[in-house]
Design a protein around this ligand. Structure first.
Ligand code: 13P
Length: 256
């Protein structure tokens, strides 16, 4: 079931895992188990090198495709980069933008992330804008301030009309790949603050934006997280690399 006007989205971020053929094997396993669950949005975000093979593999299913990053320019002399046009030509629907691993290891700034969000929307890609605080920032009681800045700066210039195409993911950095999950209440507090900020920016249209939780989400903790009023799905790392756990997460969202 969906939450009022928002349909749950279970999105797998494969990070730097799976070759083109391993990706197809995983998609095929997911397809076998997924059945007809039209009430839950399902997306996979393989590495660039597996996008083409996975695009073919998901063709006859409800699974949508996303990329993990992109450059904001449409083309040009940017060695090693991939443009929104290229992602559209691979049939991508979504693109993850501003993941904490990009912010940390590749020094991506809020201004650069904002360029990407705008470019994605202009190219008819749905950005999944990632925000989240580090452990240090949480311990310094700076969570709301950090997340708010990332959100507001990342969304500069985005209009209320674009909210249909916008997804936000709250990923506390200390919970990513660590096995530590934010408690459902901790996550809901931040999701609610994000919803309030979106309302300040976009008015009623903010109710359409899906806010995903990410950070060690797995079948054991997903139900309680998804029960929270402002948690509209998950951006899943480790548990998206195995069909069994990814399918269980989809089933949990479906059962709501
Ligand atoms: P884990 O689920 O492995 O903690 O990763 C979360 C994440 O970073 C998704 O983008």
């Amino acid at each position: 079931m969906a939450k009022t006007i928002r349909k749950y989205l279970i999105a797998g971020n494969w990070k730097m895992n799976k070759t083109a053929s391993e990706g197809v094997d995983l998609v095929n396993e997911i397809k076998l188990g997924i059945g007809q669950k039209m009430d839950v949005g399902v997306a996979i975000c393989p590495p660039y090198t597996a996008l083409e093979s996975c695009a073919k593999a998901v063709e006859d299913s409800n699974i949508q495709l996303g990329a993990q990053n992109m450059h904001p320019k449409l083309e040009g002399a940017y060695t090693g980069e991939v443009s929104p046009v290229m992602l559209r030509s691979m049939f991508c629907t979504f693109v993850i933008i501003g993941h904490s691993e990009r912010r940390e290891y590749f020094k991506e700034s809020d201004a650069f992330i904002n360029e990407k969000v705008l470019a994605a929307l202009e190219s008819s890609l749905k950005p999944i804008l990632c925000v989240g605080e580090s452990l240090e920032q949480r311990e310094a009681n700076a969570t709301f301030e950090v997340v708010k800045t990332q959100l507001v700066d990342g969304l500069k210039g985005v209009t209320a009309e674009a909210t249909d195409h916008l997804v936000v993911a709250y990923e506390p950095v200390w919970a990513i790949g660590t096995g530590k999950t934010a408690t459902p209440e901790m996550a809901q507090d931040v999701h609610k603050m994000i919803r309030d900020e979106l309302t300040a920016l976009f008015g009623e249209a903010a109710d359409k934006v899906r806010i995903l939780y990410g950070g060690s989400m797995k079948p054991e903790n997903a139900s309680e997280l998804l029960n929270q009023p402002d948690i509209d799905g998950g951006l899943i790392g480790g548990a998206a690399l195995k069909a069994k756990s990814f399918l269980e997460l989809i089933e949990i969202a479906h059962s709501k």
